[in-house]
Design a protein around this ligand. Structure first.
Ligand code: MG
Length: 165
């Protein structure tokens, strides 16, 4: 019943994702969420560790990257400029349109794209709808708005104790 809401891969953080495993699976591109995936909501720009990780993905591993955020233009523009990754703001995840547009621009099929995010109902559901490889990371911070806290309640029910796996 909840299959489309469940990720294919769980990771404690973006830094715990096994990049060589993804290469072996034929992944060539990533669609990344910002808030609570790459950085806390309060961080206007990416920090040094994130910039190094982005560099590793782009230069060393040759992955294509695109940011897809439901947040507003100003926040997303500044953050993405700081890490040098193109973006779509107000993406309306889990609607397909942003994912389709990002893959179209990168020229990569859905089957070779991984979605990385912290929310089941936006990032994971959106990626699963297009049969992308979905990777759930544990949210960086629990400082979140009321609506997201409300969604987290249902996420916990769906995920049960999967984080312990
Ligand atoms: Mg998020």
């Amino acid at each position: 019943m909840f299959k489309k809401l469940l990720p294919r891969i769980y990771a404690e953080s973006i830094y715990d994702i096994d990049l060589s495993d993804l290469k072996e699976r034929g992944i060539k591109a990533f669609i990344l969420d910002i808030d609570n995936t790459l950085a806390p909501y309060a961080a206007p720009e990416g920090d040094g560790r994130l910039k190094s990780w982005i560099g590793l993905l782009k230069k060393d591993c040759g992955f294509n990257l695109y940011i897809l955020s439901n947040n507003d233009g100003e926040r997303v523009e500044r953050f993405c400029a700081s890490i040098g990754v193109p973006y779509i703001a107000k993406a309306g995840k889990p609607l397909r349109r942003g994912f389709v547009k990002a893959c179209g621009i990168m020229g990569v099929p859905f089957s070779e794209t991984a979605v990385i995010g912290d929310q089941l109902f936006t990032d994971i559901y959106g990626g699963n709808r297009l049969k992308m490889l979905t990777i759930l990371v544990r949210p960086i911070s629990d400082a979140e708005g009321k609506f997201i806290k409300f969604k987290r309640f249902f996420e916990r029910i769906i995920l049960k104790n999967r984080w312990e796996c």
